[in-house]
Ligand binder design. Sequence first.
Ligand SMILES: Cc1cc2nc3c(=O)[nH]c(=O)nc-3n(C[C@H](O)[C@H](O)[C@H](O)COP(=O)(O)OP(=O)(O)OC[C@H]3O[C@@H](n4cnc5c(N)ncnc54)[C@H](O)[C@@H]3O)c2cc1C
Length: 310
Amino acid sequence: MIAEKQYIIPTTINEAIEKAKANAGHFKYLAGGTDVMVNRYQGNETSLCLIDITKIDELKGISKQDNYLRIGSLEILEELKFNTEIKTEFPMLIEAALSVGAPLLRKTATIGGNVLCENRCLFYNQSEWWREAVGYCLKCEGDICIATGGKNACFSELVSDTAPALIAMNAEIEFIDENGKQKQKLENIYTGDGVKPRNLSETAIVTAILLPLNKNYKTAFFKLRERESLEFTSLTSAVAVDKNGNIKIALSGVDPKPVVVEGTTSDDIQELIKKAVKSARAVENDMYSRKYRREMIAVFLEKSFAKLFE
Ligand SMILES: Cc1cc2nc3c(=O)[nH]c(=O)nc-3n(C[C@H](O)[C@H](O)[C@H](O)COP(=O)(O)OP(=O)(O)OC[C@H]3O[C@@H](n4cnc5c(N)ncnc54)[C@H](O)[C@@H]3O)c2cc1C
């Protein structure tokens, strides 16, 4: 075990993974830091070693590769809007990126950090003394979920706004871990367990997000939050319909993982909406009630399909 605090700045992926292995169990990768540093301030993230990956050029850049648009994981949210391919083929990604936090955050926050940002809960994202006073919770080594009173499951929520937009447009995630370079559908990295919300190995580095080109998506994106100027999501909905009539709905803010429902334009749309509402395991752990957020899923999806089919 390492004994003292370290701040490491590797310049290659290999170097970063080597440092990560050497500090296994005690490190955190740092990209924009807008999620990690706040969690450290609140005592929810206490790793002795920070591995700052922002100097790794291999993680930067946006380019066409085969039939994909490849977006490096260090690409900054605020800057996605300047890319011509994203503007023409995937404008919903820009909408989602520009809905994250506030301008200052978006000028630092990266797309990789956004899809990997830590799940949140009203009873977890509190100061150390607050959490201690209530006896902690399942996500911070307590015995009980304060939101539900249960002992088995943590319902901290996925709050990424770009994840649902990317998933609705069939994004894949590319990463390098001990087994080499791999990719999989973005939704498959989310476990649904609020304590360990993603199944990537500890040392895995996300290298890029891949979006399939030439799908001619029509899209609709909505976000529910208390203050438009700053807040995390209480419900984000993203719907995409491709040129062949394939529909993909993705939600965040209402479950520990993205809620994903797929269909086609010949399906009963009301049934797809009902399925999305039913799949969302929202609990009372947000500023808005569970009932209201579930009702808002139907409202957002009705609005989305009205826009898409107008
Ligand atoms: C006030 C406030 C409001 C916010 N509002 C929103 C919001 O509305 N919507 C939203 O989605 N988020 C919001 N956030 C959270 C955060 O700012 C964003 O999710 C941001 O995109 C995180 O990106 P980052 O680069 O700063 O990630 P970091 O904080 O650097 O990292 C986040 C996580 O990803 C890991 N990580 C980052 N990059 C990689 C990589 N390439 N490979 C492997 N692991 C990696 C880190 O280890 C960490 O676990 C808000 C934060 C604050 C403080």
